[in-house]
Design a protein around this ligand. Structure first.
Ligand code: GUN
Length: 291
């Protein structure tokens, strides 16, 4: 029977540790503040943005909320980012993804001042990550890493198999786990991977970040593997108040007996993403990274 990873408790611990840094900033008259930009009304994005703003408020940090209509132009979004780049009271800028298809995510991310890139998505941040230099780490991969460390899951020499090569999770996480500090051997699987199960069965640590509910089943893992589920999928559920429930990329019930550690959805990686965002906003306010 697996240890069920408690992401909420781990996130609270981090938020507690952040308090001293926030107090030191307050003494210097600084309230770390994040500009949150949401274009359109994607229901999942609305819920993520709400959760981030709530966490910032609870931590005594600032947030300024910018809601743009779905029809907003790329030019309008770029002008807003230019204004926020120049605003000394704004330490971090977060543009919630995905953006509507008529806006280039690459152009928008590249327009953010790397010193305010608390999502860690800017090519400068991503380059620093790959090169093993200091810089903002993307929140979800960083959260996964901290969970693995907190639960004492051995990384050095372990075979970590990651499902999904997104810029937000899989790609940066593969690089983080392969760093000398972690020393894992990493396999990054994607839609072009042949015979996926033969690879996942070799995993000491399996991390699923593909957005396919219940993709990973018990027959795909080896006994005693640690499994981290990054997927957050809304599946219809007529018994649920909202008409849907959240389900991860992993068949939790099927895997719980066979794994050594498993993270649930919700309550696993999600709260860690938010905790890492708060850390990055504090770091931006401390002025540690200048891009
Ligand atoms: N969309 C899904 N995850 C994220 C995230 O961590 N940051 C932003 N900006 N958008 C997202």
């Amino acid at each position: 029977m697996a240890v069920i990873i408690d992401g909420r408790a781990a996130a609270l611990k981090l938020q507690d540790r952040l308090k001293a840094r926030l107090a030191a900033l307050r003494e210097r008259g600084i309230v770390p503040s994040l500009a949150v930009i949401l274009v359109g009304e994607n229901p999942a994005s609305l819920s993520y943005v709400g959760a981030k703003e709530k966490a910032l408020a609870e931590a005594g940090m600032g947030s300024r909320d910018f809601r743009l209509p779905e029809a907003a132009t790329q030019g309008e979004l770029l002008s807003l980012i230019a204004e926020l780049n120049a605003d000394p009271l704004i330490h971090g800028i977060l543009v919630q993804l995905p953006l509507p298809p008529h806006i280039s995510e690459d152009s928008v991310i590249a327009a953010i001042d790397p010193a305010k890139d608390v999502d860690g998505f800017h090519p400068v941040s991503m380059g620093n990550l790959v090169l093993g230099r200091p810089g903002f780490l993307p929140c979800t991969p960083h959260g996964v890493l901290v969970l693995l460390r907190d639960y004492g899951i051995p990384l050095a020499g372990a075979h970590a198999v990651i499902l999904g090569r997104s810029n937000i999770v899989g790609r940066p996480l593969a690089n983080l786990l392969a760093r000398r500090e972690q020393n894992a051997t990493v396999t990054l699987c994607h839609t072009g991977t042949r015979d996926l199960a033969s690879i996942t069965r070799q995993a000491d640590i399996l991390i699923a970040a593909v957005g396919k509910p219940g993709l990973v089943t018990a027959d795909m893992i080896k006994e005693g593997a640690a499994v981290i589920d990054v997927g957050v999928n809304r599946v219809p559920d007529p018994r649920a108040k909202k008409g849907y429930r959240l389900r991860g990329d992993v068949d939790f019930e099927g895997l719980v007996q066979k794994t050594s550690f498993i993270s649930p959805v919700p309550g696993g990686v999600g709260p860690m993403t938010i905790a890492m965002l708060l850390q990055n906003v504090a770091q931006a306010a401390e002025g540690v990274f200048h891009g």
